[in-house]
Design a protein around this ligand. Structure first.
Ligand code: TXA
Ligand code: MG
Length: 320
């Protein structure tokens, strides 16, 4: 891996200066962490194979884990797809910009290094003003205007929801961090595989599964069996601390008695607050050297689908 000097924009920097800086860097093949409404992404020009390879090196991510292509708007998204099925078009119209990733048949120009050689590509239109401005300006320079971006963490770690989290994982490994404040949603996008019929939710996320179900008039298959999204293995999204899950308040109280120093999640906050703070609190537990996190496992309802999924993965422990 090439060592890099990591610069960070200041939250007070003028937007057009930040945009010019980030876009110039992306065009030169650099690596820029960008804020989104879900988590920070580690972006590179999706049409530059060397730049995309840099993402894998910086993260320590296996090369067969495909990346999501981020674009400024739905019209731009269509250029990355061979075609959008009616289901994909309906979800795109209802949810973009927003925390939804669609897997669709890829357009011929999409690089193998982005899709891990798959015939499908993941596409998303994020909803963060700074990143929308960067993606719009990047696309205005010609080409296909896509930025490939996984979450901006080292492989297997918890996703970053602040610029400081990105630096903890990737300082010296990437060129720029665009500080756009704390990510408002806090958990990753919902991934819907529209390359199969009926479509399938491969990763619950910022858009509740019920909403996807409703938008598709119930034409949604259950994602049973082993996940077809590499990177959705157990032993991802994990802190160093041991995460213990309670199925009831009584069980949670027992766990708290056994581990009085534990960080406790899921009791005093709404599901929106828990999603928003989840990764920051797991990271904070590690920073303070806390050994246990105890969490009340939420019901699979609304954002609870995503929080439940990440807590189950976090409780499986860290990869490697
Ligand atoms: O909210 C998000 O989705 C964030 C922000 C930065 O946009 N991104 C994100 O990317 O979470 P990442 O790479 O950490 O997770 C994307 C997941 C991975 O598990 C990857 O394997 C899967 O999506 N994926 C992407 N493209 C795929 C494809 N063509 N087929 C199957 N799985 C795919
Ligand atoms: Mg990730």
């Amino acid at each position: 891996m090439t060592e890099r000097t990591t610069e960070v924009t200041a939250p007070t920097d003028a937007t057009d200066e930040v945009v010019t800086r980030a876009v110039g860097l992306l065009r030169r093949g650099g690596l820029a962490a960008l804020p989104t409404e879900t988590v920070y992404g580690l972006g590179a020009n999706a049409s530059d194979a060397d730049a995309v390879r840099g993402i894998f090196a910086a993260k320590g991510r296996p090369a067969d884990h495909p990346l999501i292509v981020h674009v400024a708007d739905a019209e731009r998204a269509e250029r990355w797809a061979a075609r959008l099925s009616p289901a994909a078009a309906a979800l795109a119209a209802a949810c973009w910009p927003g925390p939804l990733t669609l897997l669709v048949a890829r357009a011929p120009h999409v690089l193998d290094v982005v899709t891990g050689g798959r015939s499908s590509v993941g596409i998303r239109v994020p909803a963060h003003p700074l990143t929308t401005a960067i993606l719009t300006e990047f696309a205005a320079g010609g080409g296909h205007g896509g930025v490939a971006a996984p979450s901006a963490n080292r492989f297997g770690h918890v996703s970053p929801t602040t610029a400081a989290h990105v630096l903890t994982d990737l300082d010296g490994r990437i060129d720029l961090v665009v500080d756009g404040g704390t990510c408002p949603v806090g958990v990753e996008s919902t991934i819907v595989d529209c390359s199969v019929d009926p479509p399938q939710v491969l990763r619950p996320g910022g858009i509740p599964t019920e909403d996807i179900h409703e938008l598709l008039h119930g034409r949604l298959r259950d994602a049973s069996g082993p996940s077809r999204a590499p990177g959705m293995l157990a032993a991802h999204y994990a802190p160093r601390a041991k995460v213990l899950l309670a199925g009831s308040f009584a069980e949670l109280e027992q766990m708290e008695l056994m581990h009085p120093d534990a960080v406790v999640l899921g009791v005093d906050e709404t599901m929106v607050e828990l999603a928003h703070d989840l990764y920051a609190r797991l990271r904070d537990a590690d920073d303070r050297g806390v050994e246990h996190v105890v969490a009340l496992l939420p019901e699979p309802v609304g954002l609870g689908h995503a929080v439940r999924d990440r807590l189950l993965k976090a409780s499986a422990g860290r990869a490697g």
